[in-house]
Write a protein that binds this ligand. Structure first.
Ligand code: XBP
Ligand code: MG
Length: 253
């Protein structure tokens, strides 16, 4: 089966958005709202087991502030706080504070030049995807991705396969013609649930996750002269992730 499309996760895969992006933005939104909550790097690692910003705040309240009662219905409170967080996140991106991970731009340029189709399957909102792509990739990067499956458009977020099912449906392709690029346990469960072969680039939060069944697990995509570290799988003698390696991984799966 030919490889026709690459489907990218966003947070943690395209950029290290969690520790220095979303986490910091959540804390700013809490401070703005007069809440004395502070999500440390370690606590945020625990909270990341829950995908989705609103869902993450709800989980935090259940576990750490079970007696907290907002002055408005909980759903409205979560929505408002989450919007405030995303406003801070967008501002951070506009200030150029978050860059793409090594090798991402190179791989995407190579895939585009080779005529591969590109898609996104993420838990975060379409607005956050747009902010990241336009500020960290390039101004018209939204046009590079034929399909952007994002946010609350599906009933269940990752690790459910819904968002990948939606991306495949919109691409009009079966999973055998695509590969997913992910960074987390919830991400690989979602991609594999939709029948996709998956390549993992880990980050500080996900290095120890269980990536059983991944085609390859590396610590980054790497660049010529900036090799990745292979954590599991066969890198076919390569030191960075390129199309040739992706095609080999795809062919063997
Ligand atoms: C990662 C997530 C998101 C982000 C925060 O999604 O779980 O919740 O942490 O973004 P993915 P939101 O790895 O699938 O891109 O606050 O917009 O949910
Ligand atoms: Mg991710």
């Amino acid at each position: 089966m030919t490889l026709e499309a690459l489907i990218f996760d966003v947070d943690g895969t395209l950029a290290d958005t969690e520790k220095d992006g979303h986490r910091v933005a959540f804390n700013k939104a809490f401070a703005d709202a007069g809440l004395d909550w502070e999500w440390s790097v370690a606590l945020y690692g625990e909270l990341l087991t829950v995908t989705g910003g609103k869902e993450r705040i709800r989980y935090f309240l259940q576990r750490h502030h079970p007696d907290f009662r907002p002055q408005e219905p909980l759903e409205d409170f979560l929505k408002r706080l989450h919007l405030a967080k995303n406003a801070h996140y967008a501002e951070m991106l506009a200030r150029g504070e978050i860059a793409l991970r090594p090798g991402v731009r190179r791989l995407i340029d190579e895939a585009r030049a080779a005529g591969l189709r590109l898609a996104i399957a993420t838990t975060t909102s379409p607005e956050n995807v747009e902010a990241l792509l336009t500020h960290a990739m390039t101004e018209d990067a939204m046009d590079w991705f034929e399909v952007i499956a994002a946010g609350d458009v599906v009933p269940a977020k990752k690790p459910a396969p819904d968002i990948y099912h939606l991306a495949l449906e919109q691409l009009g392709l079966g999973p055998g013609h695509c590969l997913a690029l992910e960074d987390s346990r919830n991400g690989i469960l979602s991609a594999q649930g939709a029948g996709l072969g998956t390549v993992i680039t880990t980050n500080d939060y996900t290095r120890d996750h269980d990536f059983t069944g991944a085609l390859l697990v590396v610590d980054q995509m790497g660049e010529p002269g900036k090799p990745f570290q292979v954590l599991a799988g066969d890198a076919h003698g390569k030191s960075y992730l390129d199309l040739e390696l992706l095609r080999k991984l795809h062919g063997g799966h």
